[in-house]
Design a protein around this ligand. Structure first.
Ligand SMILES: Nc1ncnc2c1ncn2[C@@H]1O[C@H](COP(=O)(O)OP(=O)(O)OP(=O)(O)O)[C@@H](O)[C@H]1O
Ligand SMILES: [Mg+2]
Length: 406
């Protein structure tokens, strides 16, 4: 295809997308997805500039690494130079390019061979840049590809301008759980199935992280490993700095009992116990539980304390199971498709409770869902594909449960 034709085709695709989405992060991440696909790239990132601190941070990143917590000074590194000067850069062969002295990606095990970095130019100034790294076929980026990126960046910047926009970086986040090169292999009969193929992910304190991905890509497997319900085959898992790759029974019992709360698609309530008794049942196993009635109050169910599960709606039963998790005062709540069995209205009920938990700090929530709409509530959205991280997106302005529509 000639470049002209390609321009036209991409412009059309991009405009269509930009017009449709009403959320800036989605517009931006969509545009990067188009570039990475069109240029047959291994990965890329959108870096945005925080005017207050004069630093750049990635809001969306395609590739198997987790660079969410990285930030770089404006003017430093390829991204910084492009943001500072407002001029794009083509590094066709990184190894022989004197301008190239490594980017932050090098610290994350990404070997840069060839790259393109183009500024996101607003009317008045530069608000960030796109960085596209390595081609899948091993070839180098060429000038016409740089032009293509510039073209898309210009369109994206125009949209940003129209929608009004500012970036404020949060302070450095503290890591709660950290996965490094985590693999998981299942053995069924004589066959081995490699389900997780090298996951690198940090989960921060007080964050709400949503995991998306197709059925069978390894979401539940990853979550179960983080929750101490299953074990990794290779790699490392640390929890608040403590190695948890091969936990002892003692470590595990303590962790499961006191540290982590689970919420599943099935509520798993005891049918012959009332809502309150269901919560008390868990509280009795814990050293320093929240009063059970307070846990029920937190999920808005004080008035149903005496009801049996059969006398409650699905949403209410799920809220009881959340109360059961909360009564442990967990540092981490793992929720595997908590709304999958619920209709829209009761889902929102449950999501409102989860939003409250996150807002009140002290608890990290990691939630697996198939519903991309729910992902808008998250601080970060991690997409898994075929046992690897495909992309990570930060939501600069997470949505409220009430605002979700599906
Ligand atoms: N205990 C197990 N033994 C053998 N294979 C397993 C086991 N648990 C999961 N798998 C396999 O691992 C792969 C990933 O499963 P996982 O449950 O993590 O997927 P998922 O992303 O949560 O999918 P879904 O969205 O359908 O819940 C699947 O192919 C599954 O068959
Ligand atoms: Mg699953």
């Amino acid at each position: 295809m000639t470049n002209d034709k390609r321009f036209r085709k991409l412009t059309f695709e991009l405009m269509e997308q930009l017009l449709e989405v009403n959320n800036l992060e989605e517009a931006l991440s969509g545009s990067l997805e188009i570039i990475v696909r069109e240029l047959n790239s291994e990965g890329g990132a959108i870096w945005l500039l925080d005017k207050k601190t004069d630093r750049l941070a990635p809001v969306f990143h395609i590739g198997p690494e987790d660079i969410s917590n990285v930030s770089i000074e404006n003017g430093i590194g390829i991204e910084g130079i492009v943001a500072k000067t407002g001029r794009s850069m083509l590094v066709s062969d990184a190894a022989s390019d004197p301008r190239f002295d490594g980017t932050v990606f090098d610290d994350y095990g990404i070997q840069t061979r060839t790259m393109i970095c183009v500024p996101l130019n607003n009317v008045n100034d530069v608000i960030g840049c796109y960085l596209i790294v390595n081609k899948k076929d091993g070839s180098r980026y060429e000038k016409d590809e740089l032009e293509l990126c510039e073209h898309i960046a210009a369109l994206a910047a125009m949209t940003i301008d129209e929608k009004g926009f500012f970036v404020e970086l949060e302070e450095e986040k503290e890591v709660l759980a950290s996965l490094r090169n985590v693999t998981k292999q299942f053995k069924t009969g004589d066959t081995y199935n490699l389900v997780l193929k090298g996951i690198n992910l940090d989960i921060y304190k007080n964050e709400f992280v949503v995991i998306l991905g197709e059925s069978g890509c390894g979401k539940s497997t990853m979550m179960n490993i983080v929750g101490g319900m299953d074990f990794l085959t290779s790699g490392t898992l640390t929890i608040e700095g403590e190695d948890f790759s091969r936990p002892t029974d003692e470590q595990l019992t303590r962790f499961r009992r006191e540290y982590v709360g689970f919420i599943f698609q099935a509520y798993n309530l005891m049918p012959n116990l009332t809502a309150l008794e269901n919560v008390e049942f868990i509280a009795e196993l814990v050293d320093d539980p929240l009063p059970s009635s307070e846990a029920l109050e937190k999920v808005g169910l004080s008035h149903k304390a005496g009801n049996y599960p059969g006398q409650m709606s699905g949403g209410q039963q799920q809220r009881v199971s959340i109360a059961r998790a909360l009564v442990k005062k967990p540092r981490l709540i793992l929720a595997d498709e908590p709304t999958a069995a619920l209709d829209y209205a009761t889902s929102i009920e449950v999501l409102r409770v989860i939003e409250d938990i996150v807002k009140n700090k002290g608890t990290t929530v990691m939630m697996v869902t198939h519903n991309a709409e729910i992902a808008k509530m998250a601080d970060r959205v991690v997409k898994l594909r075929n046992g690897k991280i495909a992309s990570i997106k930060k939501n600069l302005h997470p949505a409220h449960a009430e605002d979700l529509v599906w």
